[in-house]
Design a binder for this molecule. Structure first.
Ligand SMILES: [Cu+2]
Length: 156
């Protein structure tokens, strides 16, 4: 087991500690950056047992964190903040992936290198208005290992 896998396993242990929570996050990863790069994306599979919305996110490595979606506008692929939060239908896994939904880390304060683990906090609001905070430790994957083109899927 190399260091990166060990870190990923540690992240899973942390996640299962919040297994009582109704929202689970799997396969979380962040795309690595080159020096001076100011933005990157976090991807994951999120499942809410009772249905909820992902309303906000934060990370100490980024000045601004937003939930984004990619959408075609005419012939141009654009990304924008998801209005009112990302819908998480009950029992259905929502996949955040390159070319689709992602958690956008902007105004990065440091380079994100493969092998790093980045703390990310997700705030999910349930149907009853109750907020659930998910503390994640997300492994950074190599820049080249992720899809460079927005339309290409990254498969595990
Ligand atoms: Cu974005």
């Amino acid at each position: 087991m190399n260091t990166r896998h060990a870190l990923a396993a540690a992240a899973l242990v942390l996640l299962s500690a919040s297994a009582l929570a109704q929202t689970t996050v799997k396969e979380a990863w962040i795309r690595g950056t080159v020096a001076q790069q100011k933005a990157s994306g976090m991807f994951a599979q999120i499942t809410s047992a009772q249905g909820a919305r992902l309303v906000s996110a934060a990370s100490p490595v980024a000045g601004v964190v937003e939930v984004h979606e990619m959408a075609m506008e005419g012939n141009v692929m654009k990304m924008r903040a998801v209005n009112g939060g990302l819908e998480l239908p009950a029992g259905k896994t929502v996949e955040l992936k390159p070319g689709g939904y992602h958690v956008m880390l902007m105004d990065l304060k440091q380079q994100l290198k493969p092998g790093d683990t980045v703390p990310v906090t997700l705030v999910v609001e349930g149907r009853d208005g109750r907020k659930e905070t998910l503390e994640l430790k997300v492994p950074v994957h190599p820049l080249g290992g992720a899809a460079p083109a927005p339309m290409t899927e990254h498969k595990h």
